[in-house]
Design a protein around this ligand. Structure first.
Ligand SMILES: Cc1cc2nc3c(=O)[nH]c(=O)nc-3n(C[C@H](O)[C@H](O)[C@H](O)COP(=O)(O)OP(=O)(O)OC[C@H]3O[C@@H](n4cnc5c(N)ncnc54)[C@H](O)[C@@H]3O)c2cc1C
Length: 150
């Protein structure tokens, strides 16, 4: 089970402003920040975390996606979020306090995370519902036969 951690308490629709940081050091990276509305966050074994890598000499840095093991030291699931509906959703507020992450856990390269984040949002928020809606329409036609509309 995995969770996708992009949104922060101060950053939602505009992911380019995210503040969670991944600072490089000799052994890899150190993760610091807080993520909100993480679906599956209370039960996932792996997190895909979007964080900002600072620019260093010879490296432009930028928003980067990392795979982070959920049981790494320094990770706290601070709350299971409640919603007016959707009572079954396992959605979390998660804090990262100096979490060590290996350099091999970078997804697709440093600075390429915003592209991954936007592609994930487009797929999850637009494409999947559109496919489900389309398939349901096909199913209705198969079950009831084609009908003239309008
Ligand atoms: C059930 C649920 C599950 C979620 N799961 C996840 C998850 O797994 N991982 C994750 O990272 N996030 C998740 N989210 C968070 C979700 O992606 C954010 O709620 C979303 O990005 C919007 O951010 P926000 O709530 O901060 O709203 P805001 O960014 O504050 O936006 C509030 C309103 O203002 C509008 N708005 C914002 N900026 C502008 C602008 N420049 N011009 C015009 N209108 C604007 C928005 O369209 C919106 O209507 C989840 C949210 C919910 C409700």
């Amino acid at each position: 089970m995995s969770a996708f951690l992009l949104t922060e308490p101060e950053v939602g629709s505009d992911p380019a402003r995210l503040a969670t940081s991944m600072t490089p050091d000799d052994e890899g990276f150190v993760l610091f920040g807080i993520k909100l509305w993480a679906t599956n966050g209370t039960i996932a074994g792996l997190f895909v975390v979007m964080a900002r890598v600072p620019a260093t000499e010879g490296n432009r840095g930028g928003i980067t996606a990392f795979v982070v093991e959920a049981d790494s030291p320094g990770i706290t699931v601070e709350a299971r979020n409640s919603f007016l509906g959707r009572r079954g959703i396992e959605n979390a507020l998660i804090r990262f306090d100096r979490v060590r992450v290996s350099a091999e856990n970078v997804l697709m390269g440093v600075g390429r995370g915003l592209k991954i984040a936007l592609a994930t949002l487009n797929t999850g928020r637009l494409l999947l519902p559109a496919i489900c809606g389309g398939k349901r329409g096909v199913q209705v036609v198969l079950e009831r036969g084609p009908r003239l509309v309008g």
